[in-house]
Design a binder for this molecule. Structure first.
Ligand code: NAD
Length: 489
């Protein structure tokens, strides 16, 4: 492996113990380019037997291997080397991801350039003190705590930012001394295999980072039910997150969940309208709306409502939907056929519920790419917050504009959702900005900006948008157990 069984189609293996291996049952899945429809790779649909092999490899690396016993400084050196390997192959891994999820090369290349920064950050944190010494109510005793790695971490990820969302897990998991099994989305599996190869080339011992590819069931469920897995770090839909949390409950695995959103992007009439409109456009049409933090509910104050509707419709119509590999394109393809059908079905749902279509709403024709999954940037006005288009995550380029009268109503509408991932506030009034940020039930609030994330800032959801936080210094805690040690002096 890889071996080419059909012309032009590369067959990949599971990545276990630092090499590619064929699946036991010999079952493979096709990987298609969403911009062309062409199948260009095949990956294993891992069975429970394959998952057993991966868990066995990761467990042995954890229990018998060197990795958890490495000096923190050596783990840090590895993370930095892995980051350097990624930087050296940034173009290749950006292109691989574009071939999987149809997003703009510009976006995937930008993410690839950021990845080493995440590893540098966790390399630094790996060497920070982690425990405490504790003042006691009893004499002659010393008590201290140590933070120890959890063991084997299963990192299950979606297709929208395949490798960046894996890096969010790998950085703290490896820095803390865990071993990892990644289960990438069946839509975007090849980039993860290549990533693991780069980690091995950068010197990671066998078994520390493995990749099993395959469908949610059997491959994902085999991991989440496996007694040899200590933690599930999951990013994906709320429905899958709920299923995983229930299943993980049976063995009390540690779980962190980064789930869906229906984030409000709120524009007050005292905002700088030019920046606000730019932020609304980037919030919902950036990444083609295929991002958990999409500002999909746009809440606009009465006085500027019609002006914003008109301007957003104009901007949406002007977006150049095109070949994701063409640097001039401003929006790429939808990642896979089921998602494409889902996005288009929500256009009909919104219309039937009485929303007013003011831009897009149909398939986009892209010259030279007749087989591509392209949708026009779409704007609905006169949406009310009880409509399905305002309550359900579409995960595509559909903006819903909702009118509000005053600050209280804006906050009420913004919070009237099962989700709580993120929110934007556009206003020129500094008191209002902080007041509203404080009242929003969301894990991230952007004031006069949107869609910013960093390795240094915690990211995660309130309510049904998730459990736990990724990034930032505290993310390491999510990959460790705390042990309390008592010493009689
Ligand atoms: P998904 O939930 O369908 O799949 C995510 C991953 O889970 C895939 O690898 C899939 O194979 C696996 N999976 C599916 N069923 C499983 C099961 N029963 N047990 C174990 N694993 C299973 O999500 P998707 O369609 O790939 O991605 C889109 C979703 O991800 C959106 O809802 C989006 O909001 C969310 N997302 C969230 C964040 C965040 O940080 N909060 C970031 C990106 C995407």
């Amino acid at each position: 492996l890889p071996d080419t069984s059909v012309e032009g189609v590369t067959r990949y293996g599971l990545f276990i113990g630092n090499r590619q291996i064929a699946p036991v049952d010999g079952e493979y899945l096709d990987v298609a380019d969403p911009a062309t429809g062409r199948v260009w790779a095949q990956v294993p649909n891992a069975s429970t037997k394959d998952v057993d092999a991966a868990v066995d490899s990761a467990r042995r690396a954890f229990e018998e291997g060197d990795w958890p016993g490495y000096r923190a400084a050596d783990r840090a050196k590895f993370l930095i080397r892995f980051g350097e390997a990624i930087a050296d192959h940034a173009d290749e891994i950006a292109r691989l991801q574009v071939g999987e999820n149809g997003k703009l090369i510009r976006e995937m290349a930008g993410q690839a350039r950021l990845m080493p920064e995440y590893f540098n950050y966790y390399a630094g944190l790996a060497q920070m003190p982690t425990g405490t010494t504790n003042p006691l109510h009893v004499q002659q005793m010393i008590n201290y705590t140590v933070r120890e790695p959890l063991g084997v971490v299963a990192a299950i990820t979606p297709w929208n930012s395949p490798l960046l969302l894996l890096v969010w897990k790998l950085g703290p998991a490896l820095a803390a001394g865990n071993t990892v099994i990644a289960k990438p989305s069946e839509v975007t599996p090849v980039s993860a295999i290549r990533f693991a190869e780069l980690a091995a080339e950068a010197g990671l011992p066998p078994g520390v980072f493995n990749v099993v590819t395959g469908l949610g069931s059997p491959s994902g469920t085999a991991l989440t039910g496996h007694p040899g897995v200590d933690k599930i770090a999951f990013t994906g839909s709320t429905a899958t997150g709920q299923a995983i949390a229930s299943q993980a409950g049976k063995t009390l695995k540690r779980v962190s969940l980064e789930l869906g959103g229906k984030s409000p992007n709120i524009v007050f009439s005292d905002a700088d309208l030019t920046s606000a409109i730019n932020g609304l456009v980037a919030g919902i049409f950036g990444a083609g709306g295929q991002t958990c933090m999409a500002g999909s509910r746009i809440l606009v104050e009465d006085g500027i409502y019609e002006q914003v509707v008109e301007e957003l419709a104009r901007r949406a119509e002007a977006i150049k939907v095109g070949d994701p590999r063409d640097p001039a394109s401003e929006m790429g393809a939808v990642a896979c056929r089921p998602q494409f059908d889902k996005v288009l079905s929500y256009v009909e749902v919104a219309k039937a519920d009485g929303a007013r279509l003011v831009a897009g709403g149909t398939v986009a024709e892209v010259e030279g790419l007749p087989g591509g999954l392209f949708v026009r940037p779409t704007v609905f006005a006169d949406v009310t917050n009880d409509m399905r288009i305002a309550q359900e995550e579409v995960f595509g380029p559909i903006a819903s504009l909702i009118r509000f009268h005053d600050e209280d109503e804006a906050v009420r509408i913004a919070n009237d959702t099962q989700f709580g991932l993120a929110a934007g506030v556009w206003t020129g009034n500094v008191q209002r900005a902080h007041r509203v940020a404080g009242r929003l039930r969301a894990g991230t609030v952007w004031i006069n900006n949107y869609r910013k994330t960093s390795y240094a800032t915690p990211f995660g959801g309130y309510k049904q948008s998730g459990l736990g936080r990724e990034n930032g210094a505290d993310a390491l805690r999510e990959y460790t157990e705390e042990k309390s040690v008592w010493v009689d002096t």
